[in-house]
Design a protein around this ligand. Sequence first.
Ligand code: URA
Length: 232
Amino acid sequence: MRLDRYLSHATELSRKQARDLIKSGAISVDGVIRVDCAHAVNSEQRICCAGIEIAAPGPRYFMLYKPAGYICATKEGAHPTVLQLLDEPRREHLQIAGRLDVDTTGLVLITDDGQWNHRLTSPRSRCPKTYHLSLAEPLSMDALQQLERGVWLRHEHQRCLPAEVSRDDSQHIRLTLVEGRYHQVKRMLAAVGNRVVTLHRQRIGAIQLDPMLQPGDYRPLSADEIDGIAAL
Ligand code: URA
């Protein structure tokens, strides 16, 4: 990693402030002052500012309870982004792992570990995600079986993979998918002649939305939660 990137990841300095500090001669790498911002460093090296060691930037992982009205994007538009709910330094380094629609609530995972994010969101991982839905119409047995077999979505060339469906009652169901196509849940229900009224994501892989969180709250992931995704 470049020295200026290391510093801005490991501290609250912006990239510009990190560069200025490096150029001022305040930063040493393994005891040697380095004034080249592009100097390559790794986490095994001892990087100091005015003699004080700067700990290597560790990756961060969070779960957030997304409220309705927020978008899963890095820049706000007509709506605020879920990243604005995080009171964390260096928010601009964080990525949202998989998107929910503005009106969808529930579990969102956020990290600055690009590989972990990729593992979670890669179609090849087939990471299961469970959604709780309320529907405009009762779900017929025929529609339920179509979802379980895999429905065809408009403008798509491949049938959806089979979904797991369970009914709490005729208009409240739980759906587990191993894909993440655009507006997939809403389009699947439309394909069987129904309409999603509310949509909530409850689980990603082995990670359940923490029942202690209220909409808008977040917490760091535990080591087991992080490892569960890394093992996908
Ligand atoms: N499927 C949808 O249609 N919307 C979401 O937000 C997530 C999955």
